[in-house]
Design a protein around this ligand. Structure first.
Ligand code: ATP
Length: 496
């Protein structure tokens, strides 16, 4: 799909086709509940200058802004709201009804995958239904692409949804008597897009989700995974800025589900859509989410990246919740790396390298050039020989056949290299600057969620030359005058 297929923002009402919404399955059409507490605000008329300023603000706004959002199902909402505002829990107001969502407050940034995660009943679906105006909040507000959707007229709300928000459901919501192509094009039909353009766009999107050539089939001829791709294609064809996905992959078997997750991440990167994804599956949340909101009993108890939630859970509930996560698929080398302890600047020479290895009681030292660019590693035996020969340069002992990884590589991909070599893995950036190291024990500890401090002292490979031999050699070969202090690699790094 190219941007040339995008409909211009702020396009006008689509005409009669938009009234054919009755073909949508009921739950896709659910009209906003009219809450006695919520009044419909008149849409103010703006002068041209104010309108331009408002447009500029809209363009800069987050994709979705949620403020103090609460939805209470029950008879005395005002009383419940008052209690909830002063910190009452869902259980505290249970005698009045159900506090489905309580005081949610967050922004969804443009172009991110924002995951809402929580156990069944925690309030996820209620929250997402308020994000596209299917459900009116009891209090608080939702703003979509800079435009407030809370309390606006049903007509305005439909226009905002049409332009900005598509929804993908768990049970596909496909129309059984229509072809795959017509299903994919359905949102466009509702928008009033002419038949030929609809067809073209739907075909392109079907191709993109791997269903090229299936357009003439009926949904029932497709597997579950393929049907969900049609659901996704329909949402993508509408070309809205935001996709809301409610447990969209939950009905799929694990392998297909994994495939769909990977494809969603790919599509997101390619198309730059903002995606709000609801799931009760933790691994799915961690894999997909740029940021994750964890819900419990209607409240958002933590909002952060997968790494933040895994490594710094806000409370015992979240900690318990995340303990079974497949960390290898969430954490990256950059998340768990440590500062290399034995590191020397190449210009410091063999004596400095040997001294550092002796002090750290390790057989290897990382050797870096100015700017902390990794040259390789040097081993104690070889450096000892250089010192004995009185060599001034370290180069002859530097081996560059070491495993390096980028900071964004997942731990699951580090096992092989880690098993193959005794050295900690070197984490380097694109310019081969040494960012840190991942010793094998750190890798194992990260996977088991164990703090390494003090528990795993053996981080570097142990020395192969005894300390007193090194000390003796350094003393016997000391050049005239006092031994210069070694230039630490950290100093080199900061000088660069
Ligand atoms: N229309 C309604 N009337 C009364 N209570 C409701 C209504 N919709 C949801 N609830 C209640 O609000 C709470 C949150 O429900 P919600 O469906 O939002 O949770 P969820 O996290 O999406 O759960 P699930 O994963 O099971 O769908 C639940 O206790 C639910 O029973």
């Amino acid at each position: 799909m190219t941007t040339s297929t995008l409909l211009p923002a702020g396009r006008t009402a689509p005409g009669p086709a938009s009234e054919r919404a009755s073909e949508f399955p009921n739950h896709m059409l659910e009209s906003p509940a009219i809450d006695p507490e919520t009044t419909t605000e008149p849409e103010p008329e703006l002068d041209p200058v104010a309108e331009r300023a408002a447009e500029t603000a809209r363009r800069a706004a987050p994709a979705i802004e949620v403020r103090s959002l609460t939805r209470f199902f029950g008879k005395r909402p005002a009383e419940a709201l008052q209690k909830l505002r002063s910190g009452a829990s869902r259980a505290d107001v249970a005698h009045l009804g159900t506090a489905a969502v309580v005081d949610a407050e967050f922004d969804v940034r443009r172009g991110e995958i924002f995951v809402v995660m929580g156990l069944s009943g925690s309030g996820k679906s209620t929250l997402i239904r308020m994000l596209n105006g299917l459900l009116e909040p009891t209090s608080g507000s939702v703003t979509v692409m800079g435009e407030r959707i809370t309390g606006v007229s049903p007509k305005r709300l439909r226009a905002i949804r049409r332009d900005h928000v598509s929804m993908v459901f768990q049970h596909f919501a496909l129309l059984p008597h229509r072809s795959v192509l017509d299903n994919a094009a359905y949102g466009l039909e509702i928008q009033g897009v002419p038949a030929e353009e609809r067809r073209e766009r739907a075909e392109r999107v079907l191709q993109r989700v791997g269903l090229g050539g299936w357009g003439d089939k009926r949904p029932s001829e497709l597997s579950g995974g393929m049907q969900q791709r049609v659901g996704l294609a329909r949402a993508l064809a509408a070309d809205t800025d935001i996709l809301l996905m409610d447990e969209a992959f939950s009905a799929l078997d694990p392998l297909i589900r994994r495939e769909m997750q990977e494809q969603l991440v790919e599509l997101q990167q390619e198309l730059g859509k903002t995606i709000v994804f609801i799931t009760h599956d933790l691994n799915e949340a961690m894999f997909l989410g740029d940021r994750i909101a964890v819900m419990r009993d209607g409240r958002i108890v933590q909002l952060g990246t997968a790494e933040e939630i895994l490594t710094d859970p806000a409370d015992d509930y979240v900690a318990q919740f995340v303990q079974d996560v497949d960390r290898a698929r969430v954490l990256t080398a950059g998340n768990v790396m440590e500062s290399p302890r034995a590191i020397v600047s190449s210009s410091a020479g063999p004596r400095a390298a040997l001294r550092i290895m002796r002090d750290q009681q390790t057989s290897t030292v990382f050797v870096v050039a100015p700017g902390r660019r990794l040259l390789g590693v040097a081993h104690d035996r070889e450096v000892l020989r250089l010192v004995q020969r009185g060599a001034r340069r370290l180069d002859d002992a530097v081996r560059d056949d070491i495993a390096t990884v980028g900071p964004d590589v997942y731990l699951s991909e580090l096992f092989e290299s880690s098993v193959e070599q005794e050295l900690p893995l070197a984490v380097v950036d694109d310019e081969r600057r040494l960012l840190g190291v991942v010793p094998r024990v750190t890798l194992l500890a990260a996977l088991g969620n164990v703090a390494t401090t003090g528990e795993f002292p053996a981080v570097d490979p142990p020395a192969t030359v005894p300390v007193d031999v090194i000390t003796e050699t350094l003393r016997n070969t000391e050049p005239g005058g006092s031994e210069p202090e070694p230039v630490s690699a950290a100093d080199e790094g900061s000088r660069a």
